[in-house]
Design a protein around this ligand. Structure first.
Ligand code: BES
Ligand code: MN
Ligand code: ZN
Length: 497
């Protein structure tokens, strides 16, 4: 699908499907009003008869509007005027795209940037439409014998009601498109099963990025390299698996040579059985998504390269499979991490923090400006925040604030949890420097506390995306979301802007 922005007068777009908003209670958006006039009050009549109420989520396709010359109009309910939220706005776009494809539209002009959303600019709406349109088109049918038909929609124009904003909107579209590209890569990798998406496969994918973009270089550390570096925590997690662990290191160079990079560290557990602290069968389904942090690093770096962002980024991915068995690590094992700190394993299912601890220590050699790790780290974050907010913990408040703001701006929000010293008590071990779990209370925070022990030398933030990176409810509705690529991209865009 080709997306573009322009000031598109409705009367000149009669061959396309026009997508226009209608509020609940009868208020029409400017373009709906125009079409209504040309169609002799047809839309108003539908509303007064209650055929269409304008409720949010409602969609009604109209064909050959009486006497007006408009062949295809899609009415989109927007709820009560002035109540539309950023999330509500974003949510309606994918259903619009599905409705357009459902009625075989080839070209569309979207007039939804006319909608009023408090505090949100026109370019913001354009960017959201672009990102969300690709969400609406996304499917993952690689392994289905019956593929869905290709979407009919080939071309969508986003109408810009204010011509003087066209430049800013073009830039917003470019960003939205690049972010969507990154999100698609992230979703595709995440949705692959672990018998295909192994640590080795992830390393190959990173190398593909390096081939495609001259601004990206990739280096992969093997287990023998990691052993030399003393990565005892990461390697312990891998030792029960037949797959070789990989530490995948990407460098995107868009900034000045000496400029300290933003480091993105991704949890890349390609499958999490729980190890010898084995998960129950119900809890194990969905664990192919335990590499969503890794997929986010790759998607974000791709989007940054696509936009040629003038910034340096380092991506470090700890790609490991967590298996049980005779060679696997065990509860009460004591590991020596690359930092020198010893760790007592209480649960082999708290493996994410183990692989991340060595990846964080490895980051030190890049002298990063900031380090942000992304991980499906705890079930507890789902209990605390559900599926809507990413958990954020940080040792540097300005960084936390920047990420929270980027989340608000990109409609990909996070919520901060405290990283107070009191919580550190919970991860004391009688035998080693730290224990890898801290009990049931505040599980997301104690996981953050654990990571903070390996992030003392830099400004660091941790994003726990266990509730947001994929939808895992039920078995038939599983799907990756591509989050938090939009938040991270907004953070990077704000940083260079
Ligand atoms: N990968 C899981 C966390 C997870 C749970 C992600 C549900 C997505 C959905 C992680 O490795 C894990 O198993 N965490 C344990 C930690 C516990 C043993 C301290 C958990 O959350 O139960
Ligand atoms: Mn686990
Ligand atoms: Zn895990």
């Amino acid at each position: 699908m080709k997306l573009s922005v322009k000031a598109a007068q409705p009367e000149k777009q009669k061959k396309s499907c026009l997508v226009v908003g209608v509020y609940e209670g009868g208020e029409l958006t400017p373009t709906a009003r125009e079409i209504d006039k040309a169609a002799h009050g047809y839309i108003k009549k539908l509303l007064s008869q209650g055929v269409f109420q304008g409720k949010s989520g409602q969609i009604l396709p109209l064909f050959h509007l009486a006497g007006s010359g408009f062949e295809h109009v899609l009415l989109v309910g927007c709820g009560k005027a002035k109540t539309l939220t950023p999330t509500g706005f974003r949510k309606m776009i994918p259903s619009v795209i599905k409705a357009l494809n459902g009625s075989q539209a080839k070209q569309a002009v979207c007039y939804l940037a006319e909608l009023e959303i408090r505090d949100k600019s026109l370019p913001w709406k354009v960017k959201q439409i672009a990102e969300a349109a690709w969400d609406g088109l996304y499917r993952f049918d690689l392994f289905k014998s019956d593929k869905e038909a290709a979407p009919s929609l080939k071309d969508m124009v986003i109408h810009i009601p204010e011509a003087r904003q066209i430049k800013a909107c073009e830039e917003a579209l470019k960003q939205g498109q690049a972010i969507a590209d990154g999100v698609i890569l992230t979703k595709n990798l995440a949705n692959l099963p672990s018998n295909i998406c192994t640590p080795t496969f992830l390393a190959q994918q990173a190398k593909e990025l390096g081939k495609r973009y001259s601004s990206i270089s990739v280096k992969v550390l093997e287990e023998s390299d990691m052993r030399k570096l003393g990565m005892g925590a990461l390697l312990a997690v891998s030792q029960g698996s037949a797959e070789d662990a990989k530490l995948i290191c990407l460098e995107y160079k868009g900034g000045a040579k000496k400029q300290p990079p933003v480091a993105l560290v991704g949890k890349g557990i390609t499958f999490d059985t729980g190890g010898n602290s084995l998960k129950s069968p119900d809890n194990m389904v969905g664990m192919k998504y335990d590499m969503c942090g890794a997929a986010t690093v790759l998607g974000t770096i791709k989007a940054a390269a696509e936009l040629k962002l003038p910034i340096n980024i380092v991506g470090i991915i700890a790609a490991v499979e967590n298996m049980p068995g005779g060679t696997a690590y065990k509860p009460e094992d004591i590991l020596t991490s690359m930092s020198g700190q010893t760790i007592e394993v209480i649960s082999t299912d708290a493996e994410g923090r183990l692989v991340l601890s060595d990846a964080l220590t490895y980051c030190e050699r890049y002298n990063p400006d900031v380090v942000i790790d992304i991980a499906t780290l705890t079930g507890a974050v789902v209990i605390a925040l559900g599926f809507h907010a990413t958990g954020l913990l940080s040792n540097h408040d300005p960084l936390a604030k920047d990420l929270l703001r980027a989340g608000e701006e990109s409609n990909d929000r996070a919520w901060q949890l405290p990283l107070w010293d009191e919580y550190q008590e919970q991860i004391k071990s009688p035998f080693a420097d730290i224990a890898n779990t801290g009990g049931r209370a505040a599980g997301t925070i104690t996981a953050g506390c654990f990571l903070s022990r390996f992030a003392k030398k830099f400004h660091w933030a941790h994003l726990d995306v266990a509730g947001t990176a994929a939808m895992m409810a039920g078995t038939s509705e599983r799907m990756a979301t591509g989050r938090p690529v939009p938040m991270l991209m907004q953070y990077l865009i704000n940083k260079v802007g």
